[in-house]
Design a protein around this ligand. Structure first.
Ligand SMILES: Cc1cc2nc3c(=O)[nH]c(=O)nc-3n(C[C@H](O)[C@H](O)[C@H](O)COP(=O)(O)OP(=O)(O)OC[C@H]3O[C@@H](n4cnc5c(N)ncnc54)[C@H](O)[C@@H]3O)c2cc1C
Length: 396
């Protein structure tokens, strides 16, 4: 007799939620090719078969967005799940805090979008792009986005995971191998120098920042800074920058975020009341796209690949890769498929979904740092709604 998925989900997760879809849709019945060599006949397994009560545990290294989302989905499928997180919640992370793209559907399916809104997430509908001093007209975003502080978001997901019975071990930095039954979700792979440049990110929240649109993106020769509205009067100011060693990061962190005198960003931030406690930085970023099928370990989110932040799609990639990993891992846990089958299925899904998006994102990132953008042609491109609409679609 098939065990219905809903009996595997903790009762609290079954409460009806405004605007949410049927959560059982999150686990659509799928077939997996057996690759463990047990049967030469290459049988196909269906996940609608009865599930074993002796579920194998899954360990997740990293309790950021990818790890926590995967943990939540696995707990809903009755999988014993442990997350090892080096830090503690709540905490600030360097992030534009602008969620856009397929990740929003994942949040909706998991019943988390409503929780984000209840926690103060703001919808973003409009955007402006500024090249140093010249702003574009205000564009309507092709689809709305959600802006929520990582301070709130990560804590909310961590609480949700624990409510569902997940084992969250904070302050535990994983130093072992990532072997069978383990998933790497520990964020970016460290890359001190790429193409001669050191890439780093900075973030701070501030009050008294006038905005022309829900999202503003300011582009300079050696970086870009995104601004978006958060709950209350707060605005998130977050930038990606490159340097080649001649400037000291610690001394200039606010100078980097504010932009040079004479730029529109500098003017806008003149009266900003910066929340020093929210200030954070990250370095050693690698923006080169990676393919999951070329990795020996199972990785999701930034641990798999980082998409250039200008797309505002990194969090979405974390949510989506967690969703793609959940069903095969549940099948592995319930002894329905082998580890290598689960790993390969997840890698294929990630590559199929992300490869084209990553190529376009890489192209856009290179364009923004090329001198072309500061030439008349680049400026026209920058003002063009059609260009931004196309980029928005291609990077999602
Ligand atoms: C400047 C900048 C701006 C950005 N802006 C946006 C934006 O506006 N929109 C968007 O969608 N994305 C944006 N992103 C990208 C987004 O922040 C990431 O894609 C997202 O945080 C990835 O989530 P993750 O869970 O994979 O990694 P993380 O959020 O980095 O989480 C990894 C977790 O693993 C933990 N960890 C690390 N090592 C270990 C270990 N050994 N053991 C245990 N735990 C460990 C860390 O403490 C951390 O909690 C931006 C990124 C940058 C750099």
């Amino acid at each position: 007799m098939e065990k219905p998925l809903r009996t595997l989900i903790a009762p609290r997760a079954l409460e009806p939620e405004r605007g949410s879809v049927d959560r059982s849709a999150f686990f659509k019945p799928k077939t997996f090719e057996r690759t463990d060599g047990a049967g030469k006949s290459r049988k196909l397994l269906r996940l609608t078969e009865p599930r074993s009560a002796r579920a194998k545990p899954i360990q997740i290294i990293g309790g950021g967005l990818a790890g926590l989302t995967l943990g939540i989905a696995l707990r809903r499928a009755g999988v014993p799940t442990v997350i090892f997180e080096a830090g503690h919640y709540p905490r600030h992370r360097v992030c534009g805090e602008f969620i856009s793209g397929g990740g929003l559907a994942v949040l909706q399916e998991l019943g988390l979008k409503r929780k984000f809104l209840d926690a103060g997430a703001r919808e973003a509908h409009s955007a402006v792009f500024v090249s140093e001093k010249s702003p574009s007209p205000v564009h309507r975003l092709p689809s709305s986005a959600l802006c929520l502080s990582r301070w709130v978001m990560d804590k909310l997901l961590a609480d949700e995971f624990q409510i569902l019975g997940g084992d969250l071990r904070c302050g535990k930095r994983w130093r072992g191998d990532v072997a069978e039954g383990s998933v790497r979700a520990n964020g970016r792979q460290l890359q001190p120098v790429e193409n001669g440049w050191r890439w780093f990110g900075l973030k701070a929240h501030a009050k008294h920042v006038p905005l022309k649109a829900d999202l503003e993106m300011h582009v300079f020769e050696n970086g870009y800074v995104g601004l978006c509205r958060l709950a209350g009067e707060e605005v998130n100011i977050c930038g990606l920058f490159r340097r080649n060693g001649e400037r000291d990061l610690a001394q200039n962190r606010l100078d980097w975020l504010r932009g040079k005198p004479g730029t529109l960003l500098h003017e806008q931030l003149a009266g900003a009341d910066i929340d020093e406690n929210s200030f954070c930085s990250v370095a050693g970023l690698s923006l080169r796209p990676r393919r999951a099928s070329q990795e020996s370990e199972l990785s999701i989110g930034d641990a798999l690949t980082m998409i250039p932040p200008v797309t505002g799609n990194g969090m979405s990639l974390a949510f989506e890769s967690a969703q793609m990993a959940a069903e095969p891992l549940a099948a592995y846990s319930h002894r329905e498929i082998s580890w290598s089958c689960a790993r390969q299925t997840i890698a294929r899904s990630c590559d199929d979904t992300f490869s084209r998006r990553l190529r376009w994102a890489n192209w856009l990132q290179n364009l923004l740092f090329s001198p072309l953008v500061r030439m008349p042609f680049g400026k026209i491109l920058f003002q063009s709604e059609a260009f931004w609409k196309m980029m928005f679609a291609r990077t999602r």
